[in-house]
Write a protein that binds this ligand. Structure first.
Ligand code: ARG
Length: 471
């Protein structure tokens, strides 16, 4: 690796050091610095500075020649930081000062002109928004991929029957495709939430200055245009002092994880020997160091577990922001680590879910066997009576007694003779057997959004037409 350039000489005297007579205590320097984590914003910080230079040129603060020199210097700084050849040490405090300090080393005192009409409060608010915009698109992309995978696996399992559950008790038979498509809908709303949140992230704060607005004639709309923002902030205190857009993203990230954790939990249950509905691929499971027979669903468990830390990040920033007087306060430096951590966590988990789902083996026999035991067709027996004139509540009571009788006799509804049915109600005829078959039960649910095969295939078809449109 190339030798790192140290910007120490330039920073011996702090960029803000004018009014200070005593050097910063070393412990303070360490605690105060955010560079160890905000360095990930370097490219966004430089993009913002390039736009600011154009605005300063328009305001008559910089000549075109100066602007060009600053831009080429900034591009060089970006390449150097990208290559890891600049030492980003805590005496530089944060990424904004590190970039300025390296720029000044490269192009001389002109580097110091770039900060005209701008504060770091401005910069950090801008950088987070730029960064978050990029990341929101990436998370949307990953959710899209996961939704495509769910559709693929649903298509493969359009004929796989499984028990549907409420209270984790077998309730009614459903198609596995129907079950998977429930997640498709949930993750679709997560995408909507992200795009909605994006509207409030996509607002450009530069020009707010430290808090009261910049005294220079800055064309803020030009900055917004150059940086690809849809709007500019309307109030300088709000521009530098608000992080509700970050809170909003962290809330959406928490909901995404809540949804992922439910899928994770089902994969964990389904792959247990007790269920045996699926087998996760060796590539997405791990072994035990002591029990040779074990194949653990660690990745699904981690998805479930990491949900806690993403919720924690939301609560951390909510608590940091609570009761903060306007505008910027140093407390707000604590916004970045929870944000970065939630982004990394959500992306890491979403990335692994698609291949994990694609490579799992579905044990259709086990699912169907489970759907055939547990009186999942009891509602259909009740509906049979309703169709023949009995009020539903009474039909429910009759069928309940039949189920109790079967449990006592260790029988299933399918095994009952017509005579036995009739001993509970004369309304039962020999066609009750057909009426309570699993496939009839399932395919009777043709209502929009139901589990009937025809309804689920129609939904799949519609989704696929839409997904093609989205690509
Ligand atoms: N490192 C700071 C942060 O992350 C940047 C803004 C600091 N502004 C200031 N006036 N100290 O919040």
């Amino acid at each position: 690796m190339a030798k790192k350039v140290s910007t120490k000489k330039a920073s011996k005297k702090k960029l803000w050091g004018g009014r200070f007579k005593v050097a910063t205590d070393k412990l303070v320097e360490e605690l105060n610095a955010s560079i160890s984590f905000d360095s990930r914003l370097y490219a966004h910080d430089i993009r913002g500075s390039i736009a600011h230079a154009a605005v300063l040129k328009k305001a008559g603060v910089l000549t075109e020649a100066e602007r060009k020199k600053i831009v080429s210097g900034l591009n060089k700084v970006e390449r150097e930081i990208g290559a890891g050849t600049v030492a980003l040490t805590s005496d530089l405090e944060d990424i904004h000062m590190a970039v300025e300090s390296r720029l000044t080393e490269l192009i001389g005192p002109l580097g110091g002109k770039l900060h005209t009409g701008r504060s770091r409060n401005d910069q950090v608010a801008l950088d987070i928004r730029l960064y978050l915009k990029d990341e929101i698109y990436q998370v949307v992309g990953l959710l899209h991929e996961l939704r495509c995978t769910l559709v693929e696996v649903a298509e493969e399992n359009i004929d796989t029957v499984m028990p549907g559950y409420t209270h984790l008790q077998r309730a009614q038979p459903i198609l596995m495709a129907h079950h998977l498509l429930a997640y498709f809908e949930m993750f679709g709303r997560d995408v909507d939430r992200l795009l909605d949140c994006l509207e409030r992230v996509d607002i450009m704060p530069l020009g707010s200055g430290a808090l009261a607005g910049s005294p220079y004639n800055l064309d803020r709309k030009l900055a917004a245009k150059l940086l690809g923002f849809s709007a500019i902030t309307e109030n300088s205190l709000d521009g530098v002092g608000s992080r509700d857009f970050t809170l909003e993203f962290l809330s959406v990230a928490s909901i995404i994880m809540a949804n992922v954790s439910r899928l994770a939990e089902e994969l964990i249950l389904w792959s247990s020997q007790e269920f045996g509905f699926i087998e996760l691929s060796d590539a997405f499971t791990t072994g035990s160091s002591i029990m040779p027979q074990k194949k653990n669903p660690d990745i699904a468990e981690l998805a479930r577990g990491k949900t806690g830390r993403v919720y924690g990040n939301l609560v951390a920033l909510l608590t940091t922001m609570k009761a903060l007087p306007l505008a910027y306060n140093k407390d707000m430096q604590e916004d970045k680590e929870p944000l970065f951590d939630s982004i990394d966590t959500v992306k890491g988990i979403l990335k692994v879910f698609s291949p994990m789902l694609r490579s799992m083996r579905v044990n259709t026999d086990a699912m169907e066997r489970a759907a055939a035991r547990g009186f999942l067709n009891a509602t259909d027996a009740a509906d049979y009576l309703v169709e023949r004139g009995l009020p539903f509540r009474e039909a429910h009571g009759v069928t309940g007694r039949i189920v109790a009788w079967c449990i006592e006799k260790n029988r299933t509804l399918e095994e009952m003779e017509t005579k036995e049915w009739q001993s509970f109600s004369p309304l039962f005829k020999s066609d009750v057997k057909k009426a309570i078959s699993i496939s009839r039960s399932l395919n009777a649910r043709k209502v929009h959004g139901g589990t009937a095969r025809s309804t689920v295939s129609a939904r799949l078809k519609k989704i696929k037409a839409g997904l093609r449109g989205a690509k």
